[in-house]
Design a protein around this ligand. Structure first.
Ligand code: DC
Length: 226
């Protein structure tokens, strides 16, 4: 059967990764969370005290980084590995969330990540979520989905997710972080978050996970058949 590339872009915490993972499972495709790569790079920069305002430091640090996704038998999902260390849990930390948009706005960081993402799609059969996947990484993807959800719902979902791991977190902190990231992600100079002209929009504010999956799956099947 024909294999296609499916891209999911949208603001922070609108359920892109969940949908992308479910779609990939249903279609037996590879799922790639591109945000995890920017998060792993940010973690490395923070740990090594890289001053990312200086191009030379960024260049040197990127040369020291190897990123890859490895399948985890227990969770049934792929985990992000940074230089052979499983950093899947660490990269979801608030400290990384606070800096990741700044790091992801750097031209050299984007070139580093985008080249690897494009390589992962060479054989197609991939579902990738992020901010610029339909516009920059795979501008020729067969199916592009732009996911949206009401901002209050996004804060609530993200808060629940973070609170489970860290009960001292507040709704205000989560809201401020989402607003800040949405602003930087949409206004940066290099491949800002945009809806690709040929993307279909999926507003999941009032949809259950199963309902949004059914809609996206239908779109994917139509593209695969056509
Ligand atoms: O999807 P996420 O929240 O884990 O992404 C983390 C950050 O990485 C997000 O604030 C913006 C950046 N990002 C990006 O610039 N381009 C992508 N394709 C994916 C994520």
């Amino acid at each position: 059967m024909k294999k296609i590339i499916i891209t999911l872009d949208g603001y922070s915490s609108c359920g892109k990764s969940t949908l992308a993972r479910q779609l990939a499972n249903e279609l037996n495709y590879v799922f790639i969370d591109s945000g995890a790569m920017y998060r792993a790079i940010t973690l490395y920069f923070l740990r090594q005290h890289v001053d990312w305002r200086h191009e030379k430091e960024v260049h040197k640090a990127l040369g020291e980084i190897t990123l890859d996704f490895q399948y985890n038998d227990q969770s049934g999902q792929s985990d992000m590995f940074l230089n052979d260390e499983n950093v899947e849990a660490l990269i979801r930390d608030m400290l990384v969330s606070e800096h990741v948009s700044e790091v992801a706005a750097l031209k050299e960081v984007r070139e580093f990540a985008v080249a690897q993402q494009q390589q992962m799609g060479v054989k197609k059969g991939i579902v990738m979520d992020g901010r610029d996947i339909g516009t920059t990484v795979f501008p020729k993807a067969e199916l592009k989905i732009f996911v949206t959800a009401d901002p209050a719902i996004r804060v609530e979902r993200r808060f629940k997710e973070l609170y489970a791991k860290n009960p001292s977190i507040t709704v205000e902190e989560v809201k401020a972080n989402l607003e800040m990231r949405d602003y930087i992600d949409s206004n940066r100079e290099f491949s800002p978050l945009r809806r690709a002209e040929d993307a279909v929009e999926l507003d999941n504010t009032n949809l259950t996970r199963d309902e949004q999956l059914a809609i996206a799956l239908q779109w994917a099947k139509e593209k695969i058949a056509g």
